[in-house]
Design a protein around this ligand. Structure first.
Ligand code: UDX
Length: 463
């Protein structure tokens, strides 16, 4: 079983709402399971038969702590089912969530074909009043587009409403984020339809904002772009720290105590990855520039983020005196800990640069190695971090998995060719690493270098 976390049973008020969720990706599956957990009758729909068969067999296609447990419990209790039969799902539900993918196109504009496809299907099968809810992150104006498609193509003369209800969950803590969200945003064209959603979420007892559809759509993009900008801001200050000898972890702490700034998302490192931040900032730039708005700030957010892995590898190259022929360990591959997701992971950029410089890469990640293999089949994947570090000239921490906090330095000392750690996530205590006999390089921190570099243990490397 995946890391299971006991989530409280919510006191249900007896009224069961019939819900369908189109799309069983991260957002769709978690949304469906949580509504079932709240006592509703939920049908999760996907066109991918293999995925639906897996879910029916109790197997979860994504790694998300706590998800498997809730899927099994709610499926067993008969509140959660899975189907490829979209028509049935639509006909049998009062509220239909659209939670399909909106992958980015080349120019940053999201590909809406799955959303419009779902709207056409709803039009085909709608058989009574329904509330259609956009959960996918969609460009401003999509709520209206979905309304137009259904209205123009509906087979029966029935009423419906479209609502925007953006999702703010994070991978790795998706269950918790959905059960205990900071806020619930409901963008609706009338108070009456907003109340339907309010009723659905009431059990969570969290702050709710009822607004118009356009504002709700903007809230989603603006929130992600703001968080991404916060990360790029701190990474930009990290470069200053490196030049003048400051410590970005202290700077961030000192800033974060100010409640107006807040301590979260001020962790300097290799930058943001994942399926949302980069995609959403690019989509916002696309929309804003089309409308003639100034996008300098958002473009800088993207530029700084792209620059971080390069700066990191430049430093590795400088310290090692070149990459060609060097054995280098990469610890952590996923875009962040507690997920096997490799989308836009910084490890992709780091490994790409190492390979193009002629380095030999051995990598370890507790769960994302298989997903990385399809991107870089040519590197060596190791079953544990110590094997990845064997005979290497440098250890690079790329994802801050918890297990890297407790490195056995004595064991590492005997394995590596040179004792140097590059901490791309500032997760280690620099002083301790140095005491254990390793040189330490973080991001935006003073390097801690032993007076005499540890001797090269392997003659072959020295040559
Ligand atoms: C994000 C948003 O947080 C979430 O609200 C939205 O619904 C989807 O996008 P997610 O992509 O799952 O969630 O991950 P998140 O935890 O936000 O981290 C995103 C990236 O930023 C990761 O690569 C992480 O390593 C990086 N990050 C985060 C930093 O570099 N520094 C920080 O201080 C925080």
């Amino acid at each position: 079983m995946q890391g299971s976390q006991p989530f409280k049973a919510f006191k249900r008020n007896g009224s069961q709402i019939r819900i369908s969720v189109i799309g069983t990706g991260y957002v769709g599956l978690v949304t469906g399971v949580v509504f079932a957990h709240l006592g509703n009758q939920v049908i999760c729909i996907d066109t991918n038969k293999e995925k639906i068969d897996m879910l029916r067999a109790g197997k979860i296609p994504i790694y998300e702590p706590g998800l498997e447990d809730l899927v099994l419990r709610n499926a067993e209790d008969g509140r959660l089912s899975f189907t490829t039969d979209l028509g049935r799902g639509i006909r049998e539900s009062e509220i239909i969530f659209i939670a399909v993918g909106t992958p980015p196109g080349d120019d940053g504009e999201p590909d809406l074909s799955q959303v419009t496809g779902a709207a056409h299907q709803i039009a085909q099968h709608i058989n009574g009043y329904k509330v259609v809810v956009n959960k996918s992150t969609v460009p401003i104006g999509t709520g209206n587009l979905v309304y137009q498609i259904i209205n123009k193509n509906k087979r029966q003369n029935v009423n419906f409403d479209v609502v925007s209800n953006p999702e703010f969950l994070r991978e790795g803590s998706a269950m918790h984020d959905t059960l205990y969200p900071d806020r619930i945003v409901i963008g609706a064209s009338s108070h009456k339809v907003a109340m339907r959603l309010l009723e659905l979420y009431a059990l969570l007892e969290r702050p709710m904002l009822i607004t118009d559809i356009t504002s709700a759509e903007i809230i989603k993009y603006a929130s992600n772009a703001f968080l991404a900008s916060k990360i790029s801001f701190i990474n930009s200050i990290a470069t200053l720290c490196e030049k003048v000898g400051g410590d970005i972890t202290q700077v961030a702490k000192g800033m974060g105590y100010d409640k107006r700034i807040g301590e979260q998302f001020l962790q300097a490192g290799l930058g943001f990855g994942g399926s949302c931040f980069g995609k959403d900032v690019k989509a916002l730039v696309h929309t804003m520039s089309k409308l003639g708005c100034n996008c300098n700030m958002l473009n800088s957010t993207l530029d700084i983020n792209q620059f971080q892995p390069n700066r990191f590898v430049d430093r590795v190259e400088d310290v090692l005196g070149g990459l060609d022929g060097c054995n280098i360990a990469v610890l952590g591959l996923a875009f962040k800990p507690n997920t096997d997701d490799m989308r836009d992971a910084k490890s992709i950029d780091v490994i790409g640069r190492l390979l193009s410089g002629g380095a030999n890469v051995s990598a370890y990640d507790p769960i994302a190695a298989e997903n990385c293999r399809s991107i870089y089949p040519q590197i060596t994947y190791c079953p544990d971090l110590y094997q990845a570090c064997k005979d290497t000239s440098a250890i690079l921490i790329v994802t801050e998995w918890d297990e890297f906090r407790h490195l056995d330095f004595e064991r590492l000392k005997a394995l590596v060719a040179r004792r140097i750690i590059f901490d791309g996530r500032n997760m280690l205590d620099a002083g301790r690493v140095s005491c254990m006999g390793f040189d330490y390089y973080g991001i935006g921190r003073n390097p801690v270098i032993l007076e005499e570099e540890a001797p090269l243990l392997h003659a072959a490397e020295a040559a």
